[in-house]
Design a protein around this ligand. Structure first.
Ligand code: SF4
Ligand code: SF4
Length: 334
């Protein structure tokens, strides 16, 4: 890849990541203003509630998914949670675990942290292979627990009672308070994760995030994969040395690992023309640098758009419901 394309690829991802992060922060602020109207007993909210805030409720979305699979209906209390969850799952099924490296705000901040660590300490660190392998299993274990408790074991009556109850209705407010009223434990945990992320690339994502584990497993089905043409490869290992997921790109012809986030760092750093590419097996011609990012963003926006036009985006809860429910938050926290 020539130097101009390499820079464009890195710049495109940075722009997409930070625009999405700012958009999410904007959603959080808007929701905060909405909740502030409720708390100050205003007759009407200053701004409407942004449904996108439900993207922060992945466990509830999993419950909603089971409800949808069992009943054929999308539960109306927080429908955007399911729509966002499905859009992200679709991204992984079609275009690798790209949510993690292109859109996820936590992924963006993790990446910012390890790059800051590189500047501060001159390098990032790697755990021993055996420890790294063992720790990576934690996120799959957490995923297994959620899948067993919710998708496999939760009976339909329990699903309905959870989704119709006050706990689920007010879960977006609880999530807001998680950030705005942090407990000492929360501050210590977040500070520890940030500290570790300075030294180890994507510490949270690599070892602990069950959402990433699910997306990684879904990404095994993706037709897009990093493919290496051994004929033009000089074995310089720039790809493997730079891979944030620590994959041996230089020695594989296809990267099928669920740990590959589709970040394209390896593609951007390969000095040889048309040796590394993210593309489906059936596509043999070179792919322009903008093509894969466009596919990623279009799948996400298409998923969200489908939810909106099908009427599964806005919550059935009214402003009056929030006025009634918010005083209950302290009693619904545990
Ligand atoms: S293999 Fe390439 S695209 Fe996949 S995580 Fe590593 S650097 Fe990113
Ligand atoms: S960076 Fe390119 S040339 Fe170097 S080892 Fe990786 S694929 Fe081969």
């Amino acid at each position: 890849m020539d130097i101009r394309s390499m820079k464009s690829l890195t710049t495109i991802r940075l722009i997409v990541q930070w625009c999405f992060l700012l958009w999410v922060v904007g959603i959080g602020i808007r929701f905060g203003i909405f909740i502030n109207s409720v708390e100050s007993r205003a007759a009407a909210p200053l701004v409407s509630r942004p449904p996108g805030v439900e993207g922060f409720l992945p466990i509830g979305a999993l419950t909603s998914l089971k409800y949808w699979l069992v009943t054929g209906k999308i539960h109306p209390v927080h429908p955007a949670a399911l729509v966002i969850f499905l859009a992200i799952l679709l991204m992984s099924l079609l275009a690798k675990k790209t949510f993690c490296s292109w859109l996820c705000p936590v992924g963006t901040l993790s990446e910012g942290a390890y790059k800051l660590g590189q500047r501060l300490f001159g390098r990032n660190y790697r755990l021993w292979r055996w420890l790294d392998f063992g720790l990576r299993g934690i996120k799959y274990l957490l995923l297994l627990i959620f899948v067993k408790l919710i998708l496999l074991d939760m009976p339909t009556e329990a699903l309905s009672s959870f989704l119709n109850g006050s706990y689920w209705a007010i879960s977006d407010v609880k999530m807001l308070y998680f950030f705005t009223h942090m407990s000492v434990t929360t501050v210590v945990v977040l500070a520890s994760l940030t500290f570790l992320s300075l030294f180890y690339k994507n510490f949270w994502c690599r070892y602990l995030c069950p959402y990433g584990a699910l997306l990684g497993l879904a990404s095994l089905a993706s037709p897009f994969k990093i493919r290496r043409n051994p004929a033009g490869c000089t074995g310089c290992r720039r790809c493997s040395n730079a891979c944030p997921s620590d994959l041996s790109v230089h020695s594989c012809s296809t990267i099928s690992s669920p740990e590959c986030t589709g970040c394209l760092t390896c593609v951007a750093l390969c000095p040889e023309q048309n040796v590394l590419a993210m593309q489906p097996a059936f596509w043999k011609r070179p792919v322009p640098v903008w093509a894969f990012p466009l596919v990623v963003v279009l799948i996400y926006m298409g998923g969200i758009g489908a939810g909106m036009v099908s009427g599964h985006w806005h919550s059935s809860l009214s402003y009056a419901d929030y006025q009634r429910l918010i005083p209950l938050v302290p009693y619904l926290s545990h």
